[in-house]
Design a protein around this ligand. Structure first.
Ligand code: E4P
Length: 226
């Protein structure tokens, strides 16, 4: 499963990219507003840090303007993925931009039929919002499972399932079990993925037991192999 980070915070992106585990980035208008920075400049900076797909969302809701905005966003860098909402206008914009060779992420997906439409419109990614479905008492991970089954029935679909609106480490595990191709994860959740109390406890024991040996690997001159 690919890991995208769900943020427009360049410092956070740089930090996670340095760990070597980042396959892409997703942003949305709310995340851009949170930075208080210029949109185009921020996307350009993110694209230079992460070579993988970087989602930049259109701000209009009619197809014609979405297409014009998408073309402009696509010119920022080769790895820009234009994000459009899952509406008829968004799907029309998706088809046009995809035909021009631009990667498109169709966002705000809340049903399997919407995901079918995104695939038929040539989307590179569809973003089902797991957390927001859970928020209203529906089954967000169940939707990922359904979309996986449907897409697997039609191998010609080239659309990747991008599990979005993930709110906990458990969501990441469940999205992987359900067969999502990508998880987009907020930085705070991504940093939690490594944590386990037994890892910390076990490491503390190994460190203190090693100290008792009085040895250091790097200062050991004996390079013979047994
Ligand atoms: C990503 O593409 C989505 O915009 C994001 O995951 C939405 O997450 P939220 O429901 O926590 O705002």
């Amino acid at each position: 499963m690919k890991f995208f980070v769900d943020t427009a915070d360049v410092a956070e992106i740089r930090d996670l990219a340095d760990k070597g585990l980042l396959d892409g980035v997703t942003t949305n208008p709310s995340l851009i507003a949170k930075t208080g920075r210029n949109f185009i400049e921020t996307i350009r900076e993110i694209c230079a840090i992460v070579p993988g797909p970087v989602s930049a969302e259109v701000s209009s809701i009619d197809a014609e303007t979405m297409i014009a905005e998408g073309r402009k966003l696509a010119r920022i860098a080769e790895n820009v993925t234009v994000k459009v909402p899952l509406t008829w206008d968004g799907l029309k914009a998706c088809r046009t931009l995809a035909n021009e060779g631009t990667m498109v992420n169709v966002t705000l997906c809340f049903s399997a039929n919407q995901a079918l439409l995104a695939a038929k419109a040539g989307a590179s990614f569809v973003s089902p919002f797991v957390g927001r479905l859970d928020d209203i008492g529906e089954d967000g991970i169940g939707l990922i499972r359904d979309i996986r089954e449907i897409y697997d029935n039609y191998p010609d679909f080239g659309t990747e399932i991008l599990a979005a609106s993930l709110r906990s480490p458990r969501h990441v595990t469940d999205a992987a079990l359900a067969g999502a191709d990508v998880s987009t994860i907020p930085p705070s959740i991504m940093k939690m993925l490594v944590n386990h109390p037994l890892t910390e406890k076990g490491l503390a024991t190994f460190v203190s037991d090693w100290a008792k040996t009085g040895q250091t690997i790097l200062n050991d001159d004996d390079l013979r192999t047994v």
